[in-house]
Write a protein that binds this ligand. Structure first.
Ligand code: AMP
Length: 183
């Protein structure tokens, strides 16, 4: 299964992706996690991206796309993957489609985790990551609305929507059913 989780910051993509990737037997690919690991290890890429992450801005597409291209070239993705946090805009989605076309594949499903906005800010403030200050959270929400939300139309023919409010295990069950139902 080649799937992608989409939803505003705080929707629980990272948490759900861990469970879903185990259940579906495909690797979880989180561009946020990959970037954070570069920052932690102080790689050249890490030094380039930290300013964007700290500001709640998107990392430039060339850097992001190249990192994803390398990750998707690894053999564990051959049977599928669960993307989390990529693509974040229409340009990245076009690049992803082209990469998959090169290997004769395509995305099967896009799963939207739906959460009302007031719940999101509370969740993020509770999480306490270094880029989780209120200003940066609001900036990330703005970026989501303007850059990422258009992907819901882009993927409308393969989109499934899951109510992501409530018990984490129940949300995981709903998302598993939604993803499995699509393939
Ligand atoms: P996340 O863990 O998905 O919330 O991502 C944390 C931060 O990493 C974002 O605020 C961006 O600065 C950066 N980032 C993650 N994924 C992408 C992407 N697909 N495109 C650009 N920037 C990204």
């Amino acid at each position: 299964m080649r799937a992608l989780l989409i939803g505003p910051p705080g929707a629980g993509k990272g948490t759900q992706a861990v469970t879903l990737s185990e259940r579906l037997g495909v690797p979880h690919i989180s561009t946020g996690d990959l970037f954070r690991s570069h920052v932690q290890q102080q790689t050249e890429l890490g030094r380039e991206v930290s300013q964007y992450m700290d500001a709640g801005a998107l990392v430039p597409d060339e850097l992001t796309n190249e990192m994803v291209r390398e990750r998707l070239a690894e053999p564990d993705t051959a049977a599928g993957f669960l993307l989390d946090g990529f693509p974040r805009n229409v340009e990245q989605a076009d690049v992803l489609a082209a990469m998959l076309r090169e290997s004769g594949t395509k995305l099967d499903t896009v799963c939207k985790l739906e959460v009302p906005e007031d719940v999101l800010v509370d969740r993020l403030l509770a999480r306490g990551r270094s880029d989780d200050t209120e200003d940066v959270i609001r900036q990330r929400q703005r970026v989501y609305r303007s850059e990422t939300a258009p992907l819901l139309d882009y993927y409308s023919d393969i989109l499934v929507t899951v109510n992501a409010v409530g018990d984490v295990a129940e949300i995981a069950d709903r998302a598993t059913t939604a993803l499995r139902g699509q393939t």
